[in-house]
Design a protein around this ligand. Structure first.
Ligand code: ADP
Length: 565
């Protein structure tokens, strides 16, 4: 019977495996969702980097045109107008060059430091206006012939070098007179301060924004990104007042070699990113995924714990069923054996007959007691237990219980003593009290050694009645003193032992005690047994005053005591 009551373990394992599989599945789904998110983010970032490249290219293109049209071209125009390229004419200083004719040109004369004329064949360098240092002159002589050969644009009639020399940024712009073979012979130009180009970097912003209008919708153009402009060697020429982190940044440079190799770097404003990517930047779903996963894990763990509890409980129930069968079998066997002896007339003397009847009576009482316990238990499971405590002197009730139990104790050679304080009156349900005491006495006899002394005590302490049952048995380990009051709980040493038990006796005691408004606990017996061993003491503490709600008659404590009989 017990085996069939026990659920097959493989089924529990199967359910546990299913739960773990569910958890794994949730993990896999979360991982997949996270991967999707990473994929979306990578795509969005790629798009933004492409936008940054586009912005850098457009910025370079716009500024290149602005510098060409506003500074370089008007300067060359002015130089050719005064015919500065003729070798034997005096070289005019920048201040005496004619003003630019174009309306929107920057006045290059204000940015110019000096004019120069360089003869490629002879290496002669003339300057007009401020005089460059020896170092700069040497650099010009070294650089100009090579640059004019490789970077000069004969079609545009322009060459430009932008460099920082002796710590000063310089833009050297020149035009050339070619010889018959088409090689530059005389170079005429001027040095400008490239810091003066600054207004040109933002000049055409609204006509030619960093990103084409259809991409940016309603965004204000100048707030789209930040820029840094450097000369070819990396020395900085310009930095926009607001700088954004280079999360989405790209570099580009002036396209035409004749324009001096100026470089630009543009960084898109990061909070603009969601507006630029269709549908916005994908938001990280990691916190949500992790919390969902954690929730799933918690639920699965809770389900697993529940499963384990169910399994343990079903095992305890199975033990209970086999315990009950076992407990019923012994008295029934005794009753049958002695009644058969009587029926078949096998008794040899009146004494024997009396003895047989006594045993039958004892065992029948034991059965009654057991069945009552079961009834109590099933009633308490269905929350039907009802008591009617009435104030009664306790000592006579205890004496009565002890007397009723004496034959059962005697059958195991156990001496039952009482130490009772007279005059203790408390509201109790007599049947329930008997049931509690019999349970404790039965345990004391069952788990203690044959021939021990069991003491039933009653004292008064702090306005409460203390009922105790002391035995000289093995005692209860301190760690188990609470658990033994749980349903079906039996000490490890007693599970499956010869001592039959159901594990519900103490739970019935505690329940009945609680219905009286009292407490019950186990402790070491203060008086050691004959071998110096500590037995156990089970204590029931009951209040002396009638319970307020019991007196009103409205409580479940009030009702029918007869049902418990
Ligand atoms: P049962 O006696 O039917 O097993 P109980 O609820 O009465 O169930 O007791 C629970 C467990 O507590 C017992 O199985 C036993 O292990 C332990 N126990 C109870 N009373 C004593 C005692 N007097 N001495 C030692 N162990 C006890």
């Amino acid at each position: 019977m017990s085996d069939s009551a026990r659920p097959p373990r493989p089924r529990a394992l199967f359910v546990a495996a299913l739960l773990l599989l569910t958890l794994a599945l949730a993990g896999a789904i979360a991982l997949q969702a996270y991967r999707n998110f990473l994929g979306h983010r990578a795509t969005a970032e790629r798009v933004l980097r492409d936008y940054a490249r586009l912005a850098a290219a457009r910025f370079a293109q716009r500024t290149e045109m602005a510098v060409y049209w506003s500074v370089f071209s008007p300067a060359m125009d002015a130089l050719s107008r005064v015919k500065a390229d003729l070798p034997d004419t005096p070289l005019p200083p920048p201040a005496s060059l004619p003003a630019p004719t174009e309306l929107h040109s920057t006045d290059f004369r204000k940015l110019a430091r000096y004019t120069f004329r360089y003869d490629v064949l002879s290496g002669r360098l003339e300057t007009g206006g401020a005089t460059p240092s020896l170092g700069v002159r040497k650099w010009l002589r070294d650089t100009l012939p090579v640059h004019s050969r490789t970077m000069y644009d004969p079609k545009e009639r322009l060459g430009a070098i932008v460099r920082t020399i002796e710590g000063v940024p310089r833009a050297i712009v020149y035009t050339a007179v070619l010889d018959k073979t088409g090689h530059p012979r005389t170079l005429v130009g001027l040095e400008e301060d490239p810091r003066g180009f600054e207004p040109l970097y933002t000049a055409e912003e609204d006509k030619f924004p960093l990103l084409p209008r259809p991409l940016t919708g309603g965004v204000v153009y100048d707030s789209l990104g930040s820029a840094i402009v450097t000369e070819a060697d990396g020395a900085e020429l310009y930095r926009s007042p607001v700088q954004y982190p280079p999360t989405f940044a790209a570099r580009d440079s002036f396209e035409h070699p004749m324009m001096g190799g100026i470089r630009v770097q543009v960084a898109l404003r990061p909070d603009m990113a969601p507006k630029l990517v269709i549908g916005g930047m994908p938001r990280s779903n990691v916190p949500m995924l992790l919390s969902l996963l954690a929730l799933t894990a918690v639920l699965v763990v809770a389900a697993l714990l529940q499963l384990r509890r169910e399994y343990e409980l079903s095992q305890l129930r199975a033990d209970f069923v086999s315990g009950v069968s076992h407990e019923l079998r012994t008295p029934l066997a005794q009753i049958r054996m002695f009644s058969e002896t009587l029926l078949l007339g096998r008794v040899r003397s009146d004494e024997e007959r009396e003895r047989s009847l006594e045993i039958i009576d004892q065992e029948a009482r034991r059965l009654t007691h057991l069945v009552e316990n079961l009834l109590h238990f099933s009633r308490s499971e269905r929350r039907l237990t009802r008591l009617s405590p009435t104030p009664a002197p306790l000592a006579p009730l205890l004496t009565e219980a002890a007397e009723a139990f004496t034959p059962l104790a005697a059958a195991r050679g156990v001496k039952l003593r009482t130490e009772l304080t007279d005059g203790v009156v408390a509201p109790v349900d007599a049947d329930a009290l008997r049931q509690m005491l019999l349970n404790l006495l039965d345990n004391a006899v069952k788990y203690g050694p044959a021939g021990q002394t069991v003491t039933l005590g009653l004292t008064l302490a702090d306005g409460r009645a203390l009922l105790s049952v002391d035995d000289q048995g093995p005692g209860i380990p301190a760690a188990e003193r609470e658990r033994i009051w749980d349903r079906f709980w039996r000490l490890e040493r007693d599970r499956g032992s010869a001592v039959a038990g159901t594990g519900i006796g103490l739970s019935v005691v505690r329940e009945l005690v609680a219905l009286h408004g009292g407490r019950a606990w186990a402790e070491d017996c203060p008086v050691p047994g004959p071998e110096g061993r500590m037995g156990s003491r089970f204590v029931i503490e009951l209040p002396l005053m009638p319970l307020a709600h019991a007196a009103t008659g409205a409580s479940p404590l009030q009702a029918d005591a007869g049902a418990s009989a």
